[in-house]
Design a protein around this ligand. Structure first.
Ligand code: AMP
Length: 439
């Protein structure tokens, strides 16, 4: 759980991220010590890295009481696990000595640590023996043996993290409990134990007034062929139809009127008469170099097809993003991929032939317009740039330094900022191109 400082708008209004508002609430502060191992001082620590270190450390110290771990989004949970992977030795020596590392300078965090830490060499040795192994597969279960599930949103743009999370969690269910945005809490998942790919959310009509702009229904159609939403009348929650896609509009007590959240949802089922929705994608285009438009869902599908080639080789695609490179003509799609070996960390490289095949597989899976343009050489060969481990963590750090909340961070589907591009480009360890046009 992380917060950002409250800011003041030019007209004098106080503005905060939704999570900061929740964690500031007196009701939350009352239940916090009863339900969570994280202390309020660590949640309000202005240094995200120090906050993360302390929350992980406190979770380890109280490992026998932990029945659930998580964060709002899957990306933050993974960030936490990676932080643990690189700092467990330091944490073990803190636990052994009963004192927090001098690196943690935030006074609130130090005071919170002083209130719960005492020397515990047995616990330190036990954690050391668990962490000091070749593969971290299933580590969450070993470190927190009483944990029953990992709670974090694994749908939408977070789907890409499920494979790696499953690797660390060793069979613990990943539970996406709710669908919410800064503008409104929208729905809950009534089947928390279902697979992340099957999750649907039931929208609760008492949380906001929900309306739905119908989208053209055929997912095979490219975005530019879908209707212009300005000409379409929204429908109410009671009038949505099974299998149809809609853009969500919310009207709230706070004063938003038919606000376009920017999400596309599909009706998958009904709970009694309440429609249930699967999150499809963020509306609008993820990447485009010419007239073709590739959505987030199109991109995800293509990446899923391609990364299937890596699984038998013992590699996991941990993160990806895209970039429309139009610096030369014709422009082309660039995919940044961060890979990880399931066993060990010796960073063996994937056979270049397989990476080239991944480029082809992606192109084959992209939508019709892309393929036509590619055949006509209006778009050049798709490129995958493999980046070194930790590159996406550096990207996250960059966005957090620019004001994003670590609790609400979402990796962009397509990079548009020059600085963000520089961060990834400076960490490229291999470039691969599709050898031929897709059929
Ligand atoms: P924020 O801007 O931090 O308020 O994030 C809200 C956005 O996060 C939503 O509009 C969605 O795009 C995404 N989001 C929130 N909850 C979910 C969920 N359960 N599944 C998929 N995406 C989600």
């Amino acid at each position: 759980m992380f917060t950002r400082p409250v800011i003041e708008t030019p007209s004098g209004l106080r503005a905060a991220s939704v999570t900061t508002t929740i964690y500031s609430d007196s009701g939350f502060r009352t239940i916090l010590p009863k339900l969570y191992t994280s202390h309020v001082e660590t949640i309000f620590c202005p240094e995200p890295e120090q906050s993360l270190y302390c929350q992980l450390l406190f979770g380890l110290i109280q490992r026998d009481e932990v029945v659930m771990l998580g964060s709002l989004f899957a990306s933050t949970v993974l960030r936490g696990l990676k932080h643990l992977e690189s700092h467990w030795q330091e944490m073990c020596s803190d636990i052994k000595a009963g004192q927090i590392s001098h690196r943690i300078t935030d006074l609130g965090c130090r005071n919170a640590a002083a209130s719960i830490m005492k020397p515990n060499p047995q616990l330190a040795d036990l954690i050391e023996s668990i962490c000091n192994c070749k593969s971290w597969e299933g580590i969450v279960r070993k470190l927190w043996p009483k944990a029953r599930y990992v709670g974090c949103i694994c749908t939408g743009v977070m789907r890409q993290y499920t494979a790696e999370l499953e690797f660390y969690c060793g069979g613990l269910p990943l539970v996406s409990t709710s669908y919410a945005c800064s503008e409104a809490t929208c729905g809950i998942n009534l089947e928390p134990l279902c697979k992340p790919s099957d999750v649907s959310y039931t929208l609760l009509p008492n949380l906001a007034y929900f309306e739905f702009l119908p989208m053209k229904n055929d997912p095979a159609e490219s975005i530019e062929m879908r209707s212009n939403s300005e000409d379409i009348e929204p429908v109410d929650l009671v009038h949505v139809k099974l299998g149809h896609r809609y853009e969500l509009l919310v009207t709230t007590c706070a004063g938003l009127y038919r606000y376009k959240v920017g999400d596309v949802l599909m009706v998958t089922d009904f709970h009694n008469n309440a429609p249930q929705f699967q999150f499809v994608e963020r509306k609008n285009v993820a990447i485009s170099v010419d007239q073709e438009k590739t959505s987030e869902a199109d991109l995800f599908k293509a990446v899923t097809e391609a990364k299937a080639l890596l699984n038998p080789l013992g590699f996991i695609l941990t993160e990806y993003t895209s970039y429309a490179d139009t610096s030369s003509t014709p422009g082309h799609y660039v995919l940044f991929w961060e890979l990880k070996e399931k066993e060990g960390n010796d960073c063996k490289e994937v056979d270049p032939k397989v990476m080239i095949e991944c480029c082809s597989r992606m192109e084959e899976s992209l939508q019709y317009t892309y393929k036509v343009y590619r055949k006509k050489n209006i778009i050049a060969a798709l490129e995958i740039r493999v980046v070194e481990q930790g590159s996406f963590e550096a990207l996250m750090d960059y966005y957090v330094s620019k004001g994003a909340s670590l609790s609400q961070y979402k990796r962009p589907s397509c990079i548009t900022s020059k600085e963000a591009l520089k961060i990834l480009d400076s960490r490229v360890i291999g470039k691969f191109f599709s050898p031929k046009s897709p059929v």
